[in-house]
Design a protein around this ligand. Structure first.
Ligand code: SF4
Length: 369
């Protein structure tokens, strides 16, 4: 089995998600939970859930039970603003939007400009604040309900400090070290930071549900150790898989390797060229061989991108799979079709991003509902 590594800062190798569930001690997302979600929301599930992009959870069953009993819940997610957002960053926000819309709940979005400054040596505080504004535009462009969505930037929303203090008193150094692997060289700000990140899980006296990629789970594991002793719920979470970069299915799309990512602000033409040049396919060496043997969609980034986001129709996805396997579909055509979808998405997103400039104030969380 291939070696892999998943931490909040680093994802490497071909991730074995079943093994990760065991290692992290989470629970697999089940048919039963998804059926319950569809029943309670009276909706057809979106592809992120149908196709198990969200593959794991903690206490999601309790979230659904709270909703059903009328206690309700709220959503919390975030973004570390260290650069421009790419397609891999935004997909979980679309899933979060679906949950907010269907359950009609409040959503808090934390922009961790302080964290990125502390953890990234090369970034100045000014850089992370600038990226915070830039990333907020992308998030608003997803189309969240302004009356139920509250976006805050740690450096501006200073009330969070007050909430982090009782939390900081509950976490000792060895607990934090066990989860995050801090060393003698770790900055003291980094060691305090988990208290800030846990604070929004206490924004309401309801259970909090965090939709996020599984690499963020260590933060919530820590929260679950002390939440009840402060009179709050252990946070619940649903965990997504990673969106692979263009050059391979290993690891995740990385902002530090620009040729592997499609950024939300990329010029659509340039994005198309990048996909054409770099996207790894499961194609054979020659068109002749591919017609004879068929392609390998299970090894193909192009197919993965269709599966994760760019082909919402299950039947059409299966048709593509079989057309590839039978050798009827060749990679050039398939890539061109993906490029068209990506370009359409970028054009639409960029239009909404422009409109978002006028909406920033509307989404700003001040601590009052
Ligand atoms: Fe991938 Fe499409 Fe080529 Fe099949 S035809 S290997 S799905 S790019």
């Amino acid at each position: 089995m291939d070696e892999f590594k998943v931490t909040p800062w680093d994802v490497e190798g071909m991730v074995d998600y079943a093994k990760l569930i065991e290692e992290f001690g989470t629970s697999p997302m089940t048919d039963e939970l998804l059926e319950k979600t569809a029943e309670l929301t009276r909706s057809e599930l979106p592809m992120y859930f149908r196709r198990r992009f969200f593959f794991s959870h903690r206490d999601y069953d309790k979230v659904l039970a709270d909703y059903e009993s009328g206690k309700g819940f709220f959503l919390y997610t975030g973004r570390g603003p260290s650069g421009p957002m790419h397609i891999g960053h935004i997909i979980p926000f679309f899933a979060t939007k679906w949950l907010q819309e269907k359950f009609g709940v409040n959503l808090y979005i934390q922009i961790t400009d302080d964290e990125k400054f502390l953890f990234k040596d090369k970034l100045t505080f000014e850089d992370t604040k600038r990226w915070a504004y830039d990333n907020i535009l992308d998030i608003i462009a997803v189309g969240f309900d302004p009356d139920k969505t509250f976006i805050f930037q740690d450096s501006e929303f200073t009330k969070i400090y007050e909430m982090a203090i009782p939390i900081a008193k509950k976490i000792n150094y060895s607990m934090a070290k066990a989860v995050f692997g801090f060393t003698e060289q770790s900055k003291i700000g980094m060691i305090f930071y988990p208290a800030i990140q846990a604070a929004p899980t206490f924004f309401e006296r309801k259970r909090c549900l965090i939709p996020a990629a599984i690499d963020q789970d260590p933060y919530w594991r820590l929260q679950r150790d002390f939440a009840e002793s402060l009179g709050y719920y252990k946070t619940a979470a649903i965990h997504s898989k990673f969106v692979p970069g263009l050059m391979g299915l290993e690891g995740k799309m990385s902002a530090s390797k620009p040729e592997t990512a499609v950024y939300l602000t990329d010029d659509p033409e340039e994005a198309g060229k990048k996909i054409w040049k770099y996207a790894l396919t499961g194609g054979r060496a020659t068109a002749k061989e591919q017609r004879e043997k068929g392609g390998q969609p299970e090894k193909c980034v192009v197919f993965k991108w269709f599966e994760i986001f760019f082909e919402p129709d299950d039947e059409k996805l299966m048709e593509r799979y079989h057309a590839c396997k039978s050798g009827e579909l060749l990679c050039g055509q398939c890539k061109r079709e993906l490029i068209e979808r990506v370009q359409e998405f970028l054009k639409e997103h960029q239009k909404k991003r422009k409109e978002a400039e006028k909406k920033v104030e509307k989404f700003k969380y001040t601590g009052e509902l």
